[in-house]
Ligand binder design. Sequence first.
Ligand code: ADP
Length: 496
Amino acid sequence: MSKKHSKEQKAEPTLDFNSKLKYAAAPESASIANIKKQYDLYINGAWVKPAKGQYFETHSPANEQLLSKVAMAGAEDVDKAVKAARTAYEKVWSKMPAKERAKYIFRIARIIQERARELAVVESLDGGKPIRESRDIDIPLAANHFFYYAGWADKLEYAFPGRKPEPLGVAGQIIPWNFPLLMAAWKIAPALATGNTVVLKPAETTPLTALKLAEIIHDAGLPPGVVNIVTGAGATGAALVNHPDIDKVAFTGSTEVGKIIQKALAGTGKKLTLELGGKAANIIFEDAAIDQAVEGVVNGIFFNQGHVCCAGSRLFVQESVANKVIRKLKDRMESLVVGDPLDKNTDVGAINSAEQLKKIQEYLKIGVNEGAEMFQPSCSIPSKGYFCKPTLFLHTSQSHRIVQEEIFGPVLAIQTFRTVEEVIEKANNTPFGLSAGVWTDKGSRIFTLTTQMKAGVVWANTYNKFDPVSPFGGYKESGFGREGGLHGLLPYLKLA
Ligand code: ADP
């Protein structure tokens, strides 16, 4: 063995990304999507035309092709939906024995499973997320939420011993575009299990899986008016929030709109839960399993294009391992496949809309102008559609806007630290408090961090792990109230 060779063998193994592995394209067929040319509103168990006859277009962000035209609900339509939900609440749903309610919810869960492939393809077509993610995460988790909450429906008195849980009435629910079907499941499943009826408004760029869910709810035979789906943009959402006959509003979206909603509801007596933005910190200590941590960081910010409220968009690395982590991170970024969301090889799909891409690109400029060093892998991105290369910024500081503000894109800002106290202070120095990740071999350190970090969820040696059993929600400007788990029942109940 030559000297040179033995030296190479001793060096830490890293993959040679210069001779990039090219995978053969493995696209999921779009033919299963079965998207109609036009969708009306789902009100009182029927498809109805919007009062003003207006429709808006929904496009694929990966190739800008028109997918469908969707009804734009106005205040009259929202009123019609709320009235249907009220009647269904008073006449049927609140009177039905809980174990009967549960059967409908179980049925929804099972039909989601049966139609899982179709739903995954539609989610990726309409929202731009990689099929691997919609197939393995969004759709199974959505079904699991319905299964989980169906189980609670007739056991509410065991969830709150000694109390008498009662439904609130009609829930108005508004959801964003990053997990369209999953967010609908997070909202609808606990509301139905607790005996409430629902008017749900999906996001304007991703309405299709919520409309498919309306079909599923219809096929499950839910009594008319128990779930109503009204599509539209911000004005539709505002009409729902401000409707006098809504008892509860559940909102997931931007902190900016969350604040508008909170102001609008002040003094009305309507219950409110808000799940808003985030600027999560991933913290890597020197004793962490570095490869595992790097993979977790990549998963936390680059998979799903950073379109996650809990995206790990800030990385704090202990100084002694910073060079190693950054090198491995750059290497891993070189191997990410950016492109067609329907291709099973794709790690980073399309940015959800032209507007969101513009916002991300503005932040990239801001980062460079603030003096941070930008790194992007050498991959090419498709010329059509909305794509952004995974990006990391080095030499950032606490005051940089790319460190403080939510970008909602595949952009990671890296800082280093020396001590536990220092990193806790830095990680908490944000207006948000949704989630965080800690990578270390020491259990005691994990507990120190989880108790001192002001974040609703802190993952340890993993990231972005979700389960219907576990509650999720934020502190500070990330909102209030919890979704998921036993905690997720509370926002939909009066406890007598
Ligand atoms: P994002 O930045 O994630 O798009 P938004 O907060 O703008 O978040 O949107 C989240 C959801 O809120 C969408 O369904 C959107 O249509 C709705 N929305 C936007 N403006 C308002 C408003 N003023 N009142 C109620 N809902 C709104």
